[in-house]
Ligand binder design. Structure first.
Ligand SMILES: [Zn+2]
Ligand SMILES: [Zn+2]
Length: 181
């Protein structure tokens, strides 16, 4: 039994993109093995709509407080989470190889990965396009956002991060923009 490092209530097992991870029923944060974090970012099983709903429902902003590892109770380290335009962090325990993501951050990380030019070139993106086509308004908004994305390999560099961030924000939050840090 592991407790949430934020709420101190028992975490619940959840199958996320086919991988078993732990989720807090209160704050919707996720605890997972560090090695699985990158894998989950790249797994395209969840639809864009599902990820959007998850990000909107769970995201309360990055938790600035220091957390303790749910397993060994040592202080966790904060590491940047690659979501351009957002100042997000993953809390990691190096001893246990565990990572904690605040509510909605896992979905945001996946959305950011999907918005990257590299992802757009993959077959998985083609499958997602089929799902988006079912909603013409959403598809038009997504296409417009993607059209504004820079063509640089890494949108974080070359000052292109802002455009990428705007696109992601538009996709995820519509007019409900979170406070940028
Ligand atoms: Zn919690
Ligand atoms: Zn630990």
């Amino acid at each position: 039994m592991r407790n949430c490092p934020v709420c101190n209530v028992p975490l619940e097992p959840e199958a996320y993109e086919g991988l078993r991870i732990l989720r807090c029923p209160q704050c919707q944060g996720h605890l997972l093995e560090r090695a699985r974090l990158e894998a989950i970012r790249r797994i395209p099983e969840k639809s864009l709509a599902e990820l959007e709903a998850e990000a909107q429902a769970g995201f309360q902003g990055d938790n600035p407080q220091g957390l303790r590892c749910p397993r060994c109770h040592r202080a966790m380290d904060k590491r940047p989470l690659a979501v351009p335009g957002f100042n997000l962090h993953v809390d990691v325990c190096c001893a246990c190889s565990l990572a904690w993501l605040d509510g909605g951050e896992l979905a945001l990380a996946q959305l950011a990965h999907q918005g990257s030019p590299k992802f757009r070139d993959t077959r998985e993106q083609m499958r997602r396009a089929a799902a988006r086509d079912a909603d013409p308004a959403r598809k038009a908004a997504f296409d417009a956002a993607v059209a504004k994305l820079p063509e640089t390999p890494n949108p974080v560099v070359a000052g292109a991060g802002a455009a990428f961030c705007d696109a992601i924000l538009q996709i995820v939050f519509g007019v409900l923009r979170p406070t940028r840090l």
